[in-house]
Each structure stands twice: as C-alpha cells, then as structure tokens.
Design a protein. Sequence first.
Length: 352
Amino acid sequence: MKGKGGCCGKYIARRCCKLYTERVMSFPATRLRRLRTSAAMRSLVRETHLEPSALIYPLFICEGEGIRREIGSMPGVFNLSIDEAVKEAEQCAGLGLGGLLLFGLPDEKDEQGTGAYIDDGIVQRALRAIKANSATRELLLIGDVCLCEYTSHGHCGIIEQHEGQYEVANDPTLELLGKTAASQALAGADIIAPSDMMDGRIEAIRSALDAVGKHHTPVMSYASKFASAFYGPFREAADSTPQFGDRRSYQMDSANRREAMREIAEDIEEGADMILMKPAMPYLDIVREARDRFDLPMGAYQVSGEYSMLQAAFAKGWLEKDRAMLESLLGMRRAGSDFIVTYFAKEAAPLL
Ligand code: PBG
C-alpha cells in the first residue's frame, strides 16, 4: 500500500521512513542545476519538442495573377494570387511544414457569402491548383470554413432581422457551412476547419461531407474560439471586419474557461476529429485544461495579433527574434497542443 505522497507508507515515529526521504531528497543532495550544465545535457532532458511537421501556415488567397501584397500589420505575410500561392506552398513543403490553412479573399461579396461555397470559389480553385502540383504532395491542405470573408456584412453567418434587430442566424447558416465544407473537400481539402462558432456546425458539416462521399475527410473544429482583440490584423489580411456590431453573440467571452470545455465537449460529441483553440498565448490555461480532459488531437492557433505584437517588438529591437518566437511556440506545445497554426511557421521551421 502506497502512502499519500507516493511513498511506501511506512512511518517511524510519525515520520516517513528513509525510503521516502531518499525519494524526495533535497538540497544539497539534489541540485537541479546539474542537468543544465551543457547544451547536450539540456537536450537530453528536454521535455517538449517542436517539429516543422507540427506547424501549419495560413495563406490568404486573392484573385489575380502575380500578386504578392504584404499585409500592413503583418510584416512577412502576404495576400497571394493562386499562382503565387502555389509557389508559396512549394516553399512550405520544402521546409517540411505540416500543412497550409487556406483563407479566401473573393472579389465579390454578398449577403449569403456565396463565394464560400461555389464550385469555382477562390479557395476551391486554390485547392485544385496546389493539389495538382506533385511537389507539394506531402502538405496537408486545410480549408477554413467560415462565411465572414465572403459576406458583404462581414459576419460569420447570415443575417436575419427580428423586430428591427439584426441577428446572426444560427440554423440557416448551418446549411451554408455544410455546403462550403463539401465543396472544399471535393476541391481537394484534406481537412475541414470550421471557425464560425455557430451551434451545431460540426454535425451539419459531418453529414454534408458524408453526403458527398467524403467520409474520410476529418473535421478540425475551432471548438474554443474567443471573441478577441487579437484578431485585428487578420481582419485587415482577410478583409473580414464586421460592417456593424461585433462577433460577441457567437464567439466566446474571454472570461469563460468552463464554457470553453462545454464547447469542446459538444464538438467532440458532434463528430469533431481534432480541435483548435484560439487565440493561443493569452489562453494557454484553456489548452492545458483541454489537454487534461480530452484525448483527441488538439492544436493552438497563434493568431494574427500575437504575431503582429511580437513582430513589432522585433522591429524595435525590444525582443530577440528567434528566441522569442520559438519560446512562444514552445509554450503552446508545453501547454498541451499537438500542432500549432502560426504565421511564424516558415521562419521557425529552419531553426528546429
Ligand atoms: C474567421 C476567422 C478569423 C480568424 C480565423 N478565422 C477571424 C475572426 O473570427 O474574426 C482569426 C485568425 C487570426 O487572427 O489570425 N472567422
């Protein structure tokens, strides 16, 4: 029978037996610095590792040809036309990255977000073009499923008016998300990643995928997505700022950890194969708790604002670039994420 602290349970004069004291030896017998004396020693006992294959790089695809337009608030990240995206994908495959997460910037938007689910939508065409290139066969292509880049009002669902109040309508949006997922899978997406935060979307997407024979296409749900100020630069990159109101009626309140666990549990029940949590750095407690509770693969999304704030500090010389970048990513792995979506993927990979 073991004692409370994991000891043998024998007590002598109300003190634990020697066996126990040996196990929890303290200074001066124990000196934790012994295992930090050299790079080789530190490497031997390192608990957490980063690999390029666990990094996912987001791409923002726009119409046109030969376009590489840098995003003002995200130095080093570009809006890319499909031909340029194909080249970028080749570079990413060469670096051994795990995958690409595709976002689309359509030329035309409407109330229903039609561009998200038409057969020749911008992401669908990009998926086909990248899939056709044998040089990038190793990369997983992940389709972000959401309507906000495609709707004229910039919300993640369709808008209904009830007694003079605008509402992002949950249930009518589900069908459109399902259509978007199915058309992306048919165009070549290896993984479908819904980021809209409508209730019931995983079930709707799973059945839409199955209905077109895509039983083997996994769903990576942004199960825990908070209404965050850290998405600011993304909205410039993807031109998806809501034209009125904000996203607080569908994305989660930053204060809520228990609610995040409910969101994740619900998505798993609906059939999510993997989950994503975002933002990452200000929400590492969520990642850790999710890791402790659930056994499916999970990732963290180091969002645009996290990238921009670090880049701003690098530009000012206030933080050491490579070290701070890798430390931010390692923290996400240590908190329990198996993979990381990050705008640093291309810069980080060669350092690993
Ligand atoms: C689309 C979506 C957003 C992000 C990923 N998918 C923006 C948002 O919800 O406003 C943010 C990613 C980032 O900031 O890097 N709904």
